[in-house]
Design a binder for this molecule. Structure first.
Ligand code: GAR
Length: 206
């Protein structure tokens, strides 16, 4: 079984989508073993507890240096022998040391069609505000591997979503979540855990 950690900072609806997909019989080769929140009191923590999943709070503001924050994350992930890391509304930047260490084993969901409306400063509702300000007619979501460049890693999955007349950042966010994020992220987790499990088994046979 591929051990999965989901890193969150907020509501955790993407975490919920993964847990629901698993409960429906998907993701046969993966198990969410740990949820780490960068914020105390994030509702995502409650969602994890409802599924009897271990939770940790590692707050960015408790560390003066990002290197120390990432070292604490890495320590926790190693203690749980995590194979695959899923950033699901995780609002912190990871160091190059961290993303190099977990290269090919960290994915993120971003609420736009990368390379539009992404990079530093583009997160949560700000992404949808920027799409509305620009006046695009189509936006969407992207699941990508994470490297040292914010939202810059190789794209795994993308799905387009229509912008509608009269949309607010909130209505657009909801549509992008329902029609793209909550579908793509669980699929990507399934795909990667299948591939990783196959690689693991092939290694064991050698
Ligand atoms: C999601 O829309 C996610 O794509 C976005 O934050 C929201 C978290 O919602 N992530 C980013 O903007 C990262 N750059 P959730 O906590 O309900 O899953």
């Amino acid at each position: 079984m591929i051990k999965i950690a989901v890193l969150v900072s907020g509501g955790g609806s993407n975490l919920q989508a993964i847990l629901d997909y698993k409960a429906a019989g998907h993701i046969p080769n993966g198990e969410v073993c740990l949820v780490i929140s960068s914020k105390q009191g994030a509702y995502a923590l409650q969602r994890a507890k409802n599924h009897q999943i271990d939770t940790l709070v590692i707050e960015r503001r408790q560390f003066s240096k990002n290197e120390d924050f990432c070292a604490a994350l890495k320590g926790a992930l190693q203690a749980y022998q995590i194979d695959l890391i899923v950033l699901a509304g995780f609002m912190c930047i990871l160091t190059k040391e961290f993303t190099d260490f977990y290269a090919g084993r960290i994915i993120n969901v971003h609420p736009s069609l990368i390379p539009s409306f992404c990079g530093e400063g583009y997160y949560g509702l700000r992404v949808h505000q920027a799409a509305l300000d620009y006046g695009v007619k189509v936006t969407g979501a992207t699941v990508h591997f994470v490297n040292e460049i914010t939202d810059g890693g190789k794209i795994l999955l993308q799905r387009a979503v229509e912008v509608q007349e009269g949309d607010t950042p909130e209505t657009l966010q909801k549509r992008v979540m329902e029609q793209a994020e909550w579908i793509l992220l669980p699929q990507a987790v399934e795909m990667l855990s299948d591939t990783m499990e196959q690689t693991k088994k092939a290694g064991e046979r050698k």
